[in-house]
Design a protein around this ligand. Sequence first.
Ligand code: SF4
Ligand code: SF4
Ligand code: FES
Length: 258
Amino acid sequence: MEQAIMAAEKGTKKSHEIVSVYIMGKKYDVPSQLTIQKAMEYAGYQLIRGCGCRGGICGACATVYRFPGDYRIQVGLACQTIVKPDMHIAQIPFFPANKAIYAIEKLEATGDTLASFYPEIFKCFGCNTCTKSCPMDIDVMEYMSQAIRGDVARVAELSFDCVMCGLCSARCPAEQVQYQVSILCRRLYGRYLAPSPAHLDEAVTAVKEGRFERQLRELMTKGVNEFKKLYTDRAVEPDMAEESWKPPKREDLPSAEY
Ligand code: SF4
Ligand code: SF4
Ligand code: FES
């Protein structure tokens, strides 16, 4: 139950509400504005596993929780989910989900490739539990349907925001590894289907032809501080730059013709 306690922080005017949560079954009183991750640390846990970026990107902090009187298990990323009164919290451990090993350069971007590594995709029976479990609001069931249809590009597009937290897989009654299927599709898409950006091809060609050699040799002669200053002062492409944007100083260019 939520405690109506306002705890003044020592030496400051800041105050915050304290709520009771249950971490691995044990009760702790923690400030209400904390994420689950910070509340666990406030309670004395040292996070060695189940913690990475702390910014909702790495997917390491998959967590399940439930409230008394509610039969439903809820899920979230511990670094992104704010504690609520009476939350019963447990972080899920690593579990050995199916993971195919492959050399991407030897594959084809087809449905047969997906089926050969993950034949279990055809056992999906469309319950949508995976979608409801996803903290990134991805339509997981839909991308699994597209995987069954063999539409690699569509799976890659629909799953673009996946952080590989594994919550969809942890809850799937058909024991799918949705995030492994989808990262295979994103890899296949990047390798075989995505349009090749002309300016990148041009830059790679310039590197291969040695047109940066003079600048690289010059950089190798600089001291650390001068090197840092050069880096800080370098010409940076603006966010909304035209396709034709080039660094303004000629000496930033690899050669007159590039
Ligand atoms: S939870 Fe599993 S069985 Fe249900 S829709 Fe998702 S992939 Fe299919
Ligand atoms: S698709 Fe699955 S692994 Fe990816 S973010 Fe959603 S729940 Fe996590
Ligand atoms: S610690 Fe990386 S997503 Fe939470």
